[in-house]
Ligand binder design. Sequence first.
Ligand SMILES: Cc1cc2nc3c(=O)[nH]c(=O)nc-3n(C[C@H](O)[C@H](O)[C@H](O)COP(=O)(O)O)c2cc1C
Ligand SMILES: Nc1ncnc2c1ncn2[C@@H]1O[C@H](COP(=O)(O)OP(=O)(O)OP(=O)(O)O)[C@@H](O)[C@H]1O
Length: 305
Amino acid sequence: MEYLKINGEFPRLAPCGVTLGKFDGIHRGHMRLVEKVLEYKNMTGSKAVLFAIDVNEKMILSRKERADFLEKAGIDVLVECPLTDSFKHQKAENFIKEILLGDLHAGFVAVGEDYRFGYGRKGTPQLLKSFGAKYGFHAEVISKEMDGKRKVSSTFIREELKKGKMEKVEDLLGRPYFLAGEILHGRGLGHRMLLPTTNMIPDPDKLMPPNGVYVTVSHFENQVYGGITNIGCKPTVGGESFIGVETYLFDCSQDLYGKPCKVEFLHYLRPEHKFPSLEALKTQLLKDAQQGKDFMDKNQNIIYS
Ligand SMILES: Cc1cc2nc3c(=O)[nH]c(=O)nc-3n(C[C@H](O)[C@H](O)[C@H](O)COP(=O)(O)O)c2cc1C
Ligand SMILES: Nc1ncnc2c1ncn2[C@@H]1O[C@H](COP(=O)(O)OP(=O)(O)OP(=O)(O)O)[C@@H](O)[C@H]1O
């Protein structure tokens, strides 16, 4: 996949299918659009392009996670466009003529039915359709993926993520919320005094659920382990200056340092506490582990899919 971060100039692409929006998290609704550009790619052989306008805040999938995810989904070109003043002030008509047609050479454009773009949010799916009829591209307008009466949206997912409602987040995303990265060295205290754990540090642009303990599934290249994960700064042992992600993997005795890992967060168990002693923390960790295993036993069908 080509990963293009816009810095003034837009790329000159060969004729392609494009979908437009902020695409924070790539949720169930976004996937409808991704599927449309992939269908167009299969029909015509032209590239599938996702044009993502920056959200300027932490994201449900970090930029790196999103790029990896879209590459696996079959997207050929990811364009990341910063929300600069000149971009914000560009008229919708000019965006279509100069960028969509002039630079990207779009033969197909997919957007949601209430999508708005350009200065004053004057650009509508209808405007895309009328320009399409005039300039010879097809505008596909997708009805909104709903959750009951509410539209699935990144805003909705952020609200639920903030509350630690991981089952709801999973339902809206269409897959569990996850964190991807590499296993790093911790201070080694867990291994010696508590339980052996794997440590990760979230990308700086990653939006995290509340600090606390979660039931998780960790995916490595060839193995999958259930476990419990703490998000936080370890206040019982003096605290860290950063938020870390630390997992006790059930039934694992392997050395995993340096390995790429994806941790899926399935269920929130409790907040992170400052315990009076390491023994008190260990007693709690053993309880958490039992709760985690009970959760896995009850939900076997969803765990390793
Ligand atoms: C499932 C789990 C829950 C944890 N809960 C807490 C907690 O509530 N409070 C806390 O201070 N540390 C908590 N920790 C972090 C421990 O303090 C940490 O494992 C220990 O300090 C070892 O860290 P190290 O690997 O960096 O040496 C938790 C760790 C895990 C794996
Ligand atoms: N529920 C949905 N069903 C179908 N298409 C959607 C849905 N939500 C967003 N889209 C479309 O996906 C593209 C990207 O959406 P975008 O990320 O800009 O909005 P959003 O998901 O509603 O996020 P936010 O809540 O931050 O506005 C747009 O074309 C948008 O219309």
